[in-house]
Design a protein around this ligand. Structure first.
Ligand SMILES: [Zn+2]
Length: 221
């Protein structure tokens, strides 16, 4: 698959067309390569929101694991609605979190007529509002919508190998048919993680990223 249709986005979801033949590292290129994974639009829900949307006491069912340990794509889907538009069939990621977080591309946000800030997951300062619809009800997600800031997940061992540390920003060179370099990509170090750069579909399509694209990590902003 080279380019992504709306349907691909729905199917693939939440991401993760991993650069995956995992281990597709190309140490021979001399650079510090990192697999690139593309995150499709998705929501993270609280237990409370799950109950509102799917019914009291409802538990999300797992469709498949995501690359980051413990995270999964749920079977369930929701619809996002604003005064200006709606997006159907949006992926739900589990497990439930402490706050509702809706991650969209800037293109999605525009189509909904909202202006969402670029933020790292977990930082909802200035986040936009949206209405989430599920089979059992609707949930008013206030201050929940962000455009995910590009980031790279790695373990402490990876960080040591790459000579970077948590919270540092690096550049990621996408060597594709339409090459681009992402600046200001934040390094997120945690023991429970798997090495991967996470970008959204706007970034991926802008740089013609495909399933085999490897990013090259460049230190310095
Ligand atoms: Zn991520």
């Amino acid at each position: 698959m080279n380019y992504f249709s709306e349907k691909d986005i729905r199917d693939i979801v939440a991401g993760v067309i991993s650069g995956s033949g995992a281990g597709v590292f190309a140490p021979s290129c001399g650079g510090q390569t990192v697999p690139v994974e593309i995150s499709a639009r998705h929501v993270h829900l609280t237990e409370d929101a799950v109950s509102v949307l799917f019914g009291a006491g409802y538990q999300l069912s797992q469709k498949r694991d995501l690359s980051q340990p413990g995270q999964f794509l749920a079977q369930e889907r929701v619809k996002l609605v604003t005064r200006k538009g709606e997006i159907d069939n949006v992926a739900v990621l589990g497990p439930a979190r402490k706050q509702v977080q809706v991650e969209l591309s800037l293109t999605d946000a525009r189509s909904l007529g909202i202006s969402a800030p670029v933020r790292l997951s977990g930082d909802l300062s200035g986040a936009a509002d949206v209405l989430i619809l599920g089979p059992a009800g609707m949930y008013e997600a206030k201050g929940s919508v962000i455009v995910a800031k590009a980031h790279v997940h790695m373990t402490p061992e990876d960080a040591k190998n790459y000579g970077v540390s948590d919270g540092q920003t690096v550049r990621i060179r996408l060597d594709t048919a339409r090459p681009a370099t992402l600046d200001n990509v934040e390094v997120r170090v945690s023991r429970a993680s798997k090495l991967a750069v996470h970008i959204d579909f706007d970034e991926a399509n802008a740089a013609a990223v495909d399933a085999n694209t490897q990013g090259i990590l460049i230190k310095g902003r």
